[in-house]
Design a protein around this ligand. Structure first.
Ligand SMILES: [Zn+2]
Length: 280
């Protein structure tokens, strides 16, 4: 069996994992605490199309780039898209797009190349024989964008919704109020499946989104309770709320608590002065 036949038959292959007849996932070699097994680079093409689109080329690792190009099965890369510009998704994107001679599109215009389509809500993109609709989803990052693949009722969710666990929404880059609005924006599409930026495909998006919202609401309630109990700084709140979590992670937890506090301050449910927080 040739490599191409192996890829067409599905399952794991050297060049990528066939997750649907249109979508191949190529796992980048950058596993970590924050990236799970690594970043998912997606190669998308309608069966019979002689082009593909690529979402999140990932790190500038030659072996990974080779696997992404192999997963295209000889089809030309027509468009490269970024869900956001964090390094684990985007560091190799400009070089990959240049090598594939394809435009690179991103919400962050400094990253987009000349001639790339702008990623506006509802402005459908045509590449790889499919229609991809950008859905700007600020929250994890201000420039975050999901992509709707109507042919599969599927959403590419980047770091907005992961394959398992929760994503980080950290002050000051992250915005908790925007993040929750963006979860609702994805839910309204009633997706049948999610292709996340890290981890496995999500087959029950409604449940996953509900769990994400519940998790944030529970955390917000804990922050409000800590405020009522007399905690005045994010560090104090983290010691209380994350008492059973490895202290090595408290630095990240503090930025997450800070993102919740920013939302509460904006809503008039907490007051801030010189980095100290009080009930209104
Ligand atoms: Zn990210």
């Amino acid at each position: 069996m040739s490599a191409g036949q192996a890829e067409r038959s599905g399952g794991g292959t050297q060049a990528g994992d066939r997750w649907s007849e249109r979508v191949t996932r190529v796992l980048a070699p950058n596993p970590s605490l924050m990236t799970l097994e690594g970043t998912n680079t997606y190669v998308i093409g309608e069966p019979g199309s002689d082009t593909v689109a690529v979402i999140d080329p990932g790190p500038p690792e030659e072996e990974h780039v080779q696997r992404v190009l192999r997963a295209a099965l000889g089809r030309r890369v027509e468009l490269v898209l970024l869900t956001h510009t964090h390094a684990d998704h985007a560091e190799g994107a400009a070089a990959f797009a240049a090598r594939a001679d394809a435009p690179l599109a991103a919400v962050e215009r400094d990253w987009a190349t000349a001639g790339a389509p702008s990623l506006a809500a509802g402005a459908a993109l045509r590449a790889g024989g499919v229609v991809l609709e950008p859905l700007p989803t600020p929250g994890h990052a201000a420039d975050h964008c999901c992509f709707w693949l109507d042919a599969e009722r599927a959403m590419f969710t980047g770091d907005h919704i992961l394959g398992r666990g929760t994503t980080v929404v950290e002050w000051p880059g992250g915005d908790m109020a925007a993040y929750l609005d963006s979860l609702e924006a994805v839910r309204r599409f009633e997706p049948a499946r999610l292709y996340p930026g890290h981890g496995p495909m999500v087959g029950d998006p409604a449940t996953a989104i509900r769990e994400y919202v519940d998790h944030r609401m529970q955390r917000e309630a804990q922050v409000l309770a800590a405020l009522e109990a007399g905690d005045r700084t994010p560090a104090e709140m983290v010691s209380r709320i994350y008492a059973d979590v490895d202290p090595a992670l408290h630095r990240f937890a503090e930025l997450s608590v800070r993102a919740h506090l920013a939302k509460l301050v904006r809503e008039g449910r907490a007051l801030e002065q010189d980095g100290r927080f009080t009930p209104p």
